[in-house]
Design a binder for this molecule. Structure first.
Ligand code: BGC
Length: 371
């Protein structure tokens, strides 16, 4: 479990000072003392940022995270900074090799969203030993990381669990649900699960629960088929799904079994998820501001590469299984249902109404007044 300690708002003023000191080449690292092999310090704008994302079946990574980070790095470096990108496609061994390649290629800093938060620790250490700072992105990687940004992941799970209870209403206490958690190699999955259990335990019967290998929709689909045959098709009143990708696989299994109109949760506000919400097939998703998270990660990376302090930016601290007091930024989340599509994904420019309401979704959009 991560403990978070709030820092005084005074850090903002200190941060401004640290930045100006950094310009004179005398900045100190925030958190633990600056490491000896600090070859990244005193860099100008011509920095190389290695960006490692975990998979590409979930839309967010290449649709939002990657372009947001690339844009922000350019912005913060007068267009001189470069992002070198690798996607591990759910393969932890491949991701370790990708880190090694980036270390060999002498990137100035790494932003890593780990496939497997434990398996990555050795590579983080290698980078660190080569004087390359590491920002853990979205998932809290183990090893000597320098900074971390993510969403409030326990709250994500709680938000999903509470929404499912709300959808079940008075019938919750007589209802049985199936829980489809994320991958056991993802520390966020454990936090989503923890938050969801905090909301659901004792309020509804949990008939079956699964950790889903590699977060794959097809694995969620197979597990859902298993749950339906084990519990009986009239005996499932709702499904907790940790994300939208898996909700897609789950809803396919429900439809194939002729189960209709039961609430299914999700996360990520993927276009397909939002469309299923419009059509009434999925009850909710969790809207997370990828621009906010990505911009913070880019800023952390650029500052670290230049040897600047994170003061004034990273006002939280987290502990990982191996590293204590990591400077962190935790971004809040919003529950997304058919009632706040305009105020979330449309307002923040994730999608246009035309994109959501294309083809078969037009009639459902008209009904919701989405125009
Ligand atoms: C992310 C989710 C994503 C999931 C699968 C989690 O670590 O926080 O946004 O759906 O991984 O990639």
């Amino acid at each position: 479990m991560n403990t978070r300690m709030r820092r005084a708002a005074v850090a903002i003023a200190a941060g401004a000072m640290a930045v100006s000191l950094a310009a004179c080449g005398s900045a100190k690292e925030s958190g633990d003392s600056a490491d000896k092999s600090d070859s990244a310090a005193k860099k100008g704008d011509d920095i190389k940022v290695g960006l490692l994302l975990p998979e590409n079946q979930t839309a967010r990574y290449e649709q939002f995270d990657k372009p947001v980070i690339e844009k922000k790095v350019k912005e913060l470096t007068n267009n001189k900074g470069e992002v070198i990108y690798a996607n591990a496609k759910q393969d932890a061994t491949l991701q370790n090799q990708q880190v090694d390649t980036m270390v060999t290629n002498k990137v100035d800093v790494l932003i890593v969203d780990a496939v497997d938060y434990k398996a990555i620790a050795g590579s983080v250490k290698k980078a660190k030993d080569a004087g390359i700072k590491v920002v853990a992105f979205d998932r809290l990687a183990e090893g000597p990381i320098d900074a971390y940004t993510s969403f409030d992941n326990v709250t994500v799970g709680k938000t999903q669990g509470e929404a499912l209870l709300k959808a079940l209403g008075d019938k919750a206490k007589d209802s049985q649900i199936v829980m489809m958690n994320g991958s056991a190699t993802d520390p966020n999955a454990a936090q989503f699960k923890q938050g969801a259990h905090a909301a659901l335990d004792g309020k509804v019967k949990i008939g079956r629960e699964y950790d889903t290998k590699e977060w794959k929709p097809e694995n969620a689909n197979a597990n859902m088929e298993g749950a339906i045959s084990a519990l009986g098709k009239g005996k499932i009143q709702g499904v907790y799904s940790a994300n939208d990708g898996m909700a897609g696989g789950i809803i396919t299994a429900l439809k194939a079994a002729g189960i209709k109109n039961i609430p299914v949760t999700g996360q990520d506000a993927e276009l397909a998820g939002v469309q299923r919400i419009v059509a009434g097939e999925q009850y909710m998703s969790v809207f997370k501001s990828y621009p906010q998270e990505g911009q913070v990660a880019a800023e952390m990376a650029v500052r670290l590469a230049k040897g600047e302090s994170l003061d004034g930016l990273a006002n939280d601290k987290v502990d990982s299984g191996t590293t204590k007091g990591v400077p962190a930024v935790i971004v809040p989340v919003v529950s997304l249902t058919k009632d706040n599509i305009k105020e979330t994904v449309i307002k923040d420019g994730f999608y246009t109404i035309d994109q959501i309401c294309s083809g078969n979704y037009k009639a459902a959009c008209d009904k919701l007044g989405l125009k």
